[in-house]
Design a protein around this ligand. Structure first.
Ligand SMILES: Nc1nc2c(ncn2[C@@H]2O[C@H](COP(=O)(O)OP(=O)(O)OP(=O)(O)O)[C@@H](O)[C@H]2O)c(=O)[nH]1
Ligand SMILES: [Mg+2]
Length: 392
C-alpha cells in the first residue's frame, strides 16, 4: 500500500508542460529520489592510540544551468557513497579523512528525507545541504572502532520557477492573458479547469528582455485541502518572484450547485487559500488584474472593486462571506489593472508594469542575497558534522 502510494505520488508529480510555440510536450521532471551514504570511519589503532579518519560526507549543492534530468543522467544508479576514512597504522597514526561528495542539483530544489522532513532548500547558487554524514573514525571514545556513515533516501523536489505566477479562479482568463503576452498557445475554453497542468511562457519585450510567466490551473475554495486542482500546483507558486492575480470582474460560479462569488469575494478567497497553504506567500509582490472589462457593466463593477480594496476591513463587513473563509491578513496589491485579455485592452500596460515592478524588487533581492552570501561564508568557515541537514 505504502509502495503503491509512493509510485502514485511519483507519477503525479511529473507534470507535463507544453513547450511553447512548437505544440510539443515534454515531461517536466520535477522530482528525483537518491540514496546517499556517508563513508565509514577508519579503524583506530589502540596500541599506539592511533585515530582512524572520519568518513566523507555527502552534500547537495545548487548549481545554475543543470536540471534534475542531468543529475539522473550523470549517475543512473542514483546512489552516492562518500569516501572511507583511512585506518590508523603504525606509520600514520592519524588516518586521513574520506573524500566528501558534492552532488550538483538545480537551484530551486527542496531536499527531503524519506519521512518527508525538509532537510534544506537550495534557493540560490552555491547553497549547500549536508545529506549524509560520514562515520566517525575509530578513537578512544568509541573503542577505536570506526562508525558506519549515515544512510538516507532523499527526495529532490524542484518547484517550478518563473518570474510571474498567474493565480486565479478557473475561467478568469489566465490562459487568455498568457496567449496575449507571449507566443504560447495554451488551451482556452469557457469551462472551468481548462488548464490542468502548469505551463511556462516567456513575455518578450522590444529590447529582447524576457520575463517568464507561469499559467497555473485555477484555484477554488479548499485548494489548500487539495480540492479542485489542489495544492499540487500551489507549490509552484512558491518559486515565483511575483504573483499576478486574475479575477473575472463579473465574479465566478463553479456550477449552479456552488455559491456565486463576486470579484471581491474571489480575491478574498484566493487570499485565504494562499494564506492557508503558506502564509509567507502573501509576502510576495502581488498585482491584480480585473479581467473581462469589455463586458456589460464591467467598468462600473471594476470601479467598485477598486474602491472596496482601499479599505478592506470595512468592505468585508458588508460581505456575506463566512468568517472562516476570510483571510487573517489581506494582500496588499502593488497595482490594480482593469484589462480585457481577450480584446487586448490594458494588456500592454500591464506587461510593462510587471517588468518595472520585477526590476524594483530585484534590487531589493540583490541586497538580501548579498547578506545571505556573507552569512553563508561565515557559516562555511564553521562547518561541522553536527550541522547535518541544515544549510551550511
Ligand atoms: N469577454 C471576455 N471573455 C474573456 C476574456 N478573457 C477570457 N475570456 C473568456 O473566458 C473563458 C475562460 O478563459 P481561459 O483563459 O481559459 O480561463 P482560465 O483562467 O485559463 O481558466 P482555467 O484554465 O479553467 O483556470 C474563455 O471562454 C475566454 O474566451 C475577456 O477579457 N473578455
Ligand atoms: Mg487556463
Amino acid at each position: 500500500m505504502v509502495f503503491l502510494s509512493y509510485i502514485l505520488r511519483k507519477e503525479l508529480s511529473k507534470s507535463v508542460v507544453k513547450r511553447q510555440g512548437t505544440g510539443r510536450a515534454w515531461t517536466f521532471f520535477d522530482t528525483l529520489d537518491l540514496l546517499v551514504r556517508g563513508g565509514a570511519g577508519g579503524q583506530g589503532l589502540p596500541k599506539i592510540g592511533g585515530v582512524g579518519g572520519n568518513g566523507g560526507s555527502v552534500y547537495v549543492v545548487a548549481k545554475k544551468n543543470i536540471t534534475l534530468r542531468d543529475v539522473k543522467r550523470k549517475n543512473p544508479t542514483k546512489k552516492y557513497t562518500a569516501g572511507l576514512g583511512s585506518n590508523s597504522w603504525k606509520r600514520g597514526p592519524l588516518g586521513p579523512p574520506g573524500k566528501d561528495i558534492e552532488i550538483p542539483v538545480p537551484v530551486g530544489v527542496e531536499v527531503k528525507d524519506q519521512y518527508g522532513r525538509v532537510l534544506g532548500s537550495l534557493d540560490i547558487e552555491g547553497d549547500k545541504v549536508l545529506v549524509a554524514q560520514g562515520g566517525e573514525g575509530g578513537n578512544p571514545a568509541n573503542n577505536f572502532q570506526g562508525f558506519k556513515g549515515q544512510k538516507r533516501f532523499i527526495n529532490l523536489d524542484l518547484k517550478l520557477l518563473a518570474d510571474v505566477g498567474l493565480v486565479g479562479f478557473p475561467n478568469a482568463g489566465k490562459s487568455t492573458l498568457l496567449s496575449a503576452v507571449s507566443r504560447a498557445g495554451p488551451k482556452i475554453a469557457s469551462y472551468p479547469f481548462t488548464t490542468v497542468k502548469p505551463q511556462l511562457a516567456k513575455m518578450e519585450y522590444e529590447d529582447f528582455r524576457q520575463i517568464s510567466i507561469a499559467d497555473l490551473p485555477g484555484l477554488i475554495e479548499g485548494a489548500h485541502l487539495n480540492r479542485g486542482m489542489g495544492h499540487t500546483f500551489l507549490k509552484h507558486i512558491e518559486r515565483t518572484k511575483m504573483l499576478l492575480f486574475m479575477v473575472d470582474v463579473g465574479g465566478f460560479q463553479l456550477s449552479p450547485k456552488y455559491p456565486y462569488r463576486s470579484a471581491l469575494e474571489t480575491i478574498l478567497l484566493l487570499n485565504r487559500e494562499l494564506e492557508l497553504y503558506k502564509e509567507e506567500l502573501l509576502e510576495k509582490p502581488c498585482v491584480l488584474a480585473l479581467n473581462k472589462i469589455d463586458k456589460k457593466n464591467a467598468n462600473f463593477l471594476a470601479t467598485d472593486v477598486k474602491e472596496q480594496l482601499q479599505d478592506m476591513e470595512d468592505s468585508v463587513r458588508n460581505l456575506n462571506l463566512d468568517k472562516d473563509l476570510l483571510p487573517q491578513r489581506f494582500i496588499r496589491f502593488d497595482e490594480v489593472f482593469t484589462i480585457s485579455a481577450k480584446l487586448d485592452i490594458g494588456v500592454e500596460e500591464l506587461k510593462h508594469k510587471l517588468r518595472d515592478l520585477l526590476d524594483t524588487y530585484a534590487d531589493q533581492r540583490t541586497e538580501y542575497q548579498r547578506q545571505r552570501f556573507d552569512h553563508q561564508r561565515e557559516l562555511d568557515s564553521k562547518t561541522s558534522v553536527e550541522q547535518a541537514g541544515f544549510i551550511v
